[in-house]
Design a protein around this ligand. Structure first.
Ligand SMILES: N[C@@H](CCC(=O)N[C@@H](CS)C(=O)NCC(=O)O)C(=O)O
Length: 199
């Protein structure tokens, strides 16, 4: 199996993390977005949407969309629950991540960390910060009474949300305002097989 990605991208790190937790062997192929790798003819032949991560399975199927790939990789493991309601709850959090969390937190991080806060994106940054804090508030509320996002164990819902939440301070978010999130981050970091973004 091959994974094309950049580990400092949370979307790609999700896959690095599930592979580490489940000891899934794979070849990691580094892709540099800033150098325009995702716009090359070869890459667009793989993913016409021009985005990482991309996973090429042992059978040669090309998979895109980080949360869909998590679903593929977690089949048969404890990270994908058996129960229909719990499965639906996992999907709820993953759709929340893609619509309400990642677009604000990941983009705020990109503007601040990668682009160094250019003048023409300052207003947008403030809007993303506000939306990101709202998303973190919703997570905090849930995690005040729950150890993980769904049920008593870590699932791919947690992996999806962990990816950009734990690096939210790089985007200017103060995680110390969210003690339940900080405890949840520590619980994930303590999992057997956990690997950090830089690891
Ligand atoms: N919904 C996609 C988002 C993927 C995404 O935004 N990838 C970024 C890196 S984090 C990317 O490839 N950006 C390059 C581009 O769009 O040109 C997923 O979850 O996989």
């Amino acid at each position: 199996m091959k994974i094309y990605g950049d580990v400092y991208s949370g979307n790609c790190y999700k896959l690095k993390l599930i592979c580490a937790l489940l000891a899934i062997e794979h070849e990691w192929i580094p892709v540099d977005i800033l150098k325009g790798d995702t716009r090359s003819e070869n890459f667009l032949a793989l993913n016409p949407n021009g985005q990482i991560p991309v996973c090429v399975t042992v059978e040669g199927d090309v998979l895109t969309e980080s949360n869909a790939i998590l679903y593929y990789l977690a089949q048969g493991s404890q990270y994908w629950p058996q129960d229909r309601l719990a499965q639906t709850r996992v999907l709820e959090w993953q759709f929340f991540e893609q619509y309400s969390h990642e677009p604000s937190i990941a983009v705020a991080r990109f503007i601040k960390l990668y682009q160094g806060m250019p003048e023409d994106r300052k207003d947008e940054y403030q809007a993303r910060l506000k939306a990101g804090y709202r998303a973190l508030g919703l997570m905090e509320q849930h995690l005040e009474n729950n150890r993980f996002l769904v049920g008593d164990n870590c699932s791919i819902a947690d992996i999806s949300l962990f990816a950009y939440t734990h690096v939210a301070p790089e985007g200017g978010f103060e995680l110390s305002k969210f003690p339940a999130i900080e405890n949840w981050v520590a619980r994930i970091q303590a999992l057997d097989g956990f690997i950090s973004m830089a690891g």
